[in-house]
Design a protein around this ligand. Structure first.
Ligand SMILES: *[C@@H]1O[C@H](CO)[C@@H](O)[C@H](O)[C@H]1NC(C)=O
Ligand SMILES: *[C@@H]1O[C@H](CO)[C@@H](O)[C@H](O)[C@H]1NC(C)=O
Ligand SMILES: *[C@@H]1O[C@H](CO)[C@@H](O)[C@H](O)[C@H]1NC(C)=O
Ligand SMILES: *[C@@H]1O[C@H](CO)[C@@H](O)[C@H](O)[C@H]1NC(C)=O
Ligand SMILES: *[C@@H]1O[C@H](CO)[C@@H](O)[C@H](O)[C@H]1NC(C)=O
Ligand SMILES: *[C@@H]1O[C@H](CO)[C@@H](O)[C@H](O)[C@H]1NC(C)=O
Ligand SMILES: *[C@@H]1O[C@H](CO)[C@@H](O)[C@H](O)[C@H]1NC(C)=O
Ligand SMILES: *[C@@H]1O[C@H](CO)[C@@H](O)[C@H](O)[C@H]1NC(C)=O
Ligand SMILES: CC(=O)N[C@H]1CO[C@H](CO)[C@@H](O)[C@@H]1O
Ligand SMILES: [Zn+2]
Length: 458
């Protein structure tokens, strides 16, 4: 009985009074920012004063478990759809579609056919009557279901963070003629770029790149304060994946195992995608024994936990390199000192999530969350009905000011603790009543001392 009451009390999710601004003009605007390739542990390794200030007034998720493959396009699309790559169709940055015989490469990525297996939040939110914006987020300019975000800009490496930010804040503010956007997604390419060039272990180079990222977060905060948006909008700062250190000592050469005539290569490293030409079994059996730091899978044997199987664009054979290993066809040249794409259970592949704004708790941290849960969280913040997705609001709910959450181990711990204390009191009570019946209390003399005032304590 007591147990039930306690559980009911502890698990109870209490909705707090609704914000008045919210009640009048709908939910606060939401700004989603991605700093590409921001590995979770950069937060421990580098100072990041502005980012720390931001989440000290909000929430921090130390590690976000992202989706396989841990590449930029699949993960950015997962963040805005809540779907595994196999379900949203952007399964890699280099793809081949056997139905249409089309090829996908990152600079040539706007054919709607690739993106239309899902619908990003900047499209879905239009149906709730909101205006939206996509600033250089992968897919920004793609026409999906005949629509785009209200405002969007295609990727352009020459536009500075400040310029991107300026337009985004203008879009959120709106003007006399036009209402502001309720949802905006903003993309920035660092620290991914530096991570690839210098490797995440180069503290000097990464320190410099992350100082610039943190300066940009400082710019973001001051721009939002200047425009009066700070405190009135919800901000999510996150990333798509982490980064692993590579080395020329960790190269896997496919030509050492199999002549390239035997397959068509769709994607290479650290997850290779191959279409065997003649004998799939023979090619697979050769590749399976190719290198101890590379695992080969036939499409139908890719482990369930990777959620990377049910899509035409996943090729008949995939090869997954161990952390820090690079697959090449031949030669001694290491293409990049840092890379990502590896197994999504590796901490080095995980990004983080920080959030602040009227809907979030203050000074709250949790150790992990699924990146798929960011989508239902954003839909909840915007009161937009989520499309079918693979995330859940169960854990993400705890980040919100209007919710009270208790994680299961803590509840169990508390209940066990309370039961122990109750048991102890019962035993003590029994013991004392037995003692009382037995006559004078044995510790009577000791108690006298408590009455003496100790001058030293005054
Ligand atoms: C909400 O706003 C309305 C109109 O501005 C005001 O009358 C009301 O008192 C406000 N309610 C709260 C709880 O602040
Ligand atoms: C881009 O992709 C389209 C469709 O897949 C293709 O027709 C076109 O030739 C490609 N352009 C470039 C420059 O690769
Ligand atoms: C897109 O627009 C075209 C022409 O306006 C129309 O034929 C087609 O059905 C539309 N498709 C969707 C998915 O709405
Ligand atoms: C920013 O807005 C200005 C003015 O509308 C426009 O000319 C410019 O192209 C925009 N830049 C980006 C990156 O969206
Ligand atoms: C780290 O990067 C710097 C450039 O910022 C470069 O000069 C240095 O050689 C790199 N160190 C190592 C160990 O690669
Ligand atoms: C695959 O089969 C085709 C004909 O079926 C043949 O011409 C080709 O040489 C074969 N390729 C390999 C690598 O065995
Ligand atoms: C590479 O393979 C060796 C031999 O199987 C293994 O001991 C090692 O842990 C692997 N390296 C990584 C990074 O998984
Ligand atoms: C992910 O969500 C999609 C859409 O609801 C669904 O079709 C798919 O089966 C889900 N995947 C998993 C692993 O649950
Ligand atoms: C496993 C396999 O199919 N190997 C073939 C690869 O291609 C070479 C030459 O094209 C053949 O001789 C192998 O039998
Ligand atoms: Zn990336």
């Amino acid at each position: 009985m007591l147990f039930k009451i306690l559980l009911g009390f502890l698990c109870g999710v209490s909705a707090a009074a609704t914000d008045n601004i919210t009640a009048q003009q709908g939910p606060p605007p939401l700004l989603l920012v991605s700093f590409d390739g921001f590995r979770a542990d950069y937060l421990q390794r580098f100072p990041m004063p502005n980012l720390k200030l931001l989440y000290s007034q909000g929430v921090l998720v130390e590690q976000l478990t992202n989706v396989f493959i841990t590449k930029t396009y699949p993960n950015h699309y997962s963040l805005v759809t809540g779907l595994y790559a196999e379900s949203h169709g952007i399964v890699s940055s280099n793809m081949y579609d056997p139905v249409t015989h089309k090829h996908f490469h990152v600079p040539n990525d706007t054919d709607p056919m690739w993106w239309s297996e899902a619908q990003p939040l900047w499209i879905t939110a239009l149906d709730s009557g909101y205006k939206t914006a996509a600033m250089m987020w992968p897919g920004s300019e793609v026409i999906i279901g005949n629509r785009t975000a209200t405002h969007f800009s295609p990727y352009n490496v020459h536009v500075t963070f400040q310029q991107r930010l300026r337009n985004v804040t203008n879009w959120i503010l709106g003007n006399g003629k036009e209402e502001g956007v309720k949802f905006a997604a903003l993309y920035w390419e660092e620290p991914d770029r530096s991570g690839h060039i210098f490797g995440p272990d180069n503290t000097t180079a990464m320190g410099k790149a992350l100082k610039e990222v943190d300066d940009n977060i400082g710019l973001l905060m001051s721009e939002l304060k200047r425009t009066g948006l700070w405190g009135r909008i919800n901000i999510l700062i996150t990333s798509d994946h982490g980064m692993a250190q590579c080395s020329a000592e960790r190269l896997i050469r496919l030509d050492n195992c199999l002549h390239p005539d035997n397959y068509t290569l769709v994607d290479l490293t650290p997850v290779a995608a191959l279409i065997p030409k003649n004998n799939t079994e023979a090619v697979f059996n050769t590749l399976r024994k190719c290198h101890p730091n590379m695992t080969a899978y036939l499409k139908n044997t890719i482990p369930d936990c990777l959620h990377y199987r049910n899509n035409e664009r996943i090729q008949p054979i995939i090869l997954v390199a161990d952390e820090g290993w690079t697959i090449v066809q031949r030669g001694d040249k290491l293409p990049r000192l840092g890379d990502h794409g590896y197994d999504n259970s590796l901490p080095s592949m995980h990004p983080f999530l920080a959030a602040t704004g009227p809907s979030f708790r203050q000074g709250y941290q949790i150790s992990s969350l699924q990146s798929l849960d960011v989508y239902p969280l954003m839909c909840h913040l915007l009161s937009v009905p989520p499309r079918p997705n693979n995330g859940t609001l169960t854990q993400a709910r705890c980040l919100l000011a209007a919710e009270t959450c208790w994680d299961a181990p803590m509840v169990i711990g508390l209940v066990v603790g309370v039961l122990l204390v109750l048991t102890a009191i019962t035993v003590l009570f029994r013991f004392l009543s037995v003692r009382r019946r037995l006559g004078p209390r044995p510790f009577q003399r000791l108690q006298v001392d408590y009455d003496d005032d100790d001058p030293l304590l005054e």
